[in-house]
Design a protein around this ligand. Structure first.
Ligand code: PLP
Length: 373
């Protein structure tokens, strides 16, 4: 089976699994316990993972909060800001091309009386900076939440500009960075406008069920207040209660280390594979394919391809015994993609679109086999 659905999830790297296993076997201590070696070993393992994540993101260790994944991180920030800062306003700005874990959280808040602006996007799925600034001036929001890199078409929003506008207007800015962490270079120290960021383990060859919520400190030692989703044992500085999933956190830490160490090599490989694949598709299908994604300013390895006059589900089912592909996001299977709709694509174009998402683990031989199918 050739796996070209790496935006949905990735295979756990073998060195990640190796580091996780002891924490499912002999090292089963609870990091919240004290004094005895099983507990201390678990604490040290979590500490190392936190350091590895902070290195990947370019932030301080104590700005890393472990969660169950990006869905939780997105919910935690959006509901948390809404709950904590409601006296300062009741407006949120986001975009039409967010992941459902942002969109549906915003819709939930709307049902509770919050006002939400969903910014439109251009033909490649990027918001317009001037539209954002106008919306901020008009609505005085308490939170802006804009996806960094899109999971269906790979387009990168201009996060540096968005972050600095939000900072200038003193608005909290959150970005869902699930598809970009470990795939492009990120240094949060150089982007002080980003107050919150979400990421997930299973998109970077780490385990499922673990992610990070980055919460920037206001001043050197002053934490940003955020009402937690989960109350209880005060783990993770009170931001996220619940016994830490040490094995998963260890796995995420190792995956972050691998992504960081191999970043340049991985980007180069993905760009090489993407160029080859684009050539293969163009040579074989000519005008019968169209690329929905932009070649510039995108996440390497994510392609959104329209196969003219082919139904995407029929095509994917036909190829399923040999190759894993998807119509778009794994979460919205069945429904026409809201991302492509926001980009102005017709229903017909959407039903002919396939997402191909590569990993540095993919090979040229796999592209050649794909070409022969
Ligand atoms: N945000 C984006 C952009 C995603 O692609 C995904 C996963 O598909 C998520 C959030 C949700 O991540 P998780 O599976 O860790 O909850």
């Amino acid at each position: 089976m050739i796996y070209f659905d790496n935006s949905a999830t990735t295979k756990v790297a073998s060195s990640v699994l190796e580091e996780m296993l002891p924490y499912l076997k002999e090292e089963y201590g609870n990091p919240s316990s004290k004094f005895y070696s099983l507990a201390v070993n678990a604490q040290n393992a979590v500490k190392l993972a936190r350091k590895r994540l902070a290195t990947l993101l370019g932030c301080d260790d104590d700005e890393i909060i472990f969660t169950s994944g990006a869905t939780e991180s997105n919910n935690m920030v959006i509901k948390g800001v809404a709950n904590t800062y409601s006296e300062q306003g009741n407006h949120i700005i986001t975009s039409q091309t967010e992941h459902p874990s942002v969109l549906e959280t915003c819709q939930y808040l709307e049902s509770k009386g919050w006002k939400v602006t969903y910014l439109g996007v251009d033909q490649f799925g990027r918001i317009n900076i001037q539209d954002l600034e106008n919306a901020i001036k008009k609505n005085k929001p308490i939170l802006v939440s804009i996806i960094w890199g899109n999971n269906e078409v790979g387009s990168l929003n201009e996060i540096e500009k968005i972050a600095s506008i939000c900072r200038e207007h003193q608005v909290f800015f959150h970005t869902d960075a699930t598809q970009v962490c470990g795939k492009i270079s990120i240094n949060l120290k150089e982007l002080p406008g980003i107050r919150f960021l979400s990421m997930s383990g299973h998109k970077i060859h780490g385990p499922k069920g673990v992610g990070v919520c980055f919460i920037r400190k206001q001043l050197a030692n002053v934490k940003t207040k955020l009402t937690p989703l989960l109350h209880g044992g005060s783990q993770e500085d009170g931001y996220r209660s619940g016994t830490l999933a040490v094995h998963n956190i260890v796995g995420l830490g190792k995956a972050a280390e691998l992504a960081n160490e191999n970043l340049d090599r991985n980007i180069e490989k993905l760009m090489f594979l993407e160029q080859k694949l684009t050539k293969i598709l163009k040579d074989r299908f000519g005008d019968h394919i169209q690329l929905n994604h932009d070649n510039k300013k995108k996440i390497p390895g994510i392609l959104s391809v329209r196969f003219v006059r082919k139904n995407n589900e029929v095509l994917i089912k036909k190829l399923a015994p040999y190759i894993a592909l998807s119509t778009g996001s794994a979460c919205s299977s069945g429904k026409p993609s809201h991302v492509l709709q926001a980009m102005g694509k017709s229903l017909e174009e959407i039903r002919q679109t396939v997402r191909i998402s590569l990993s540095p683990e993919n090979t040229l031989e796999e592209l050649e086999i794909f070409n022969r199918l």
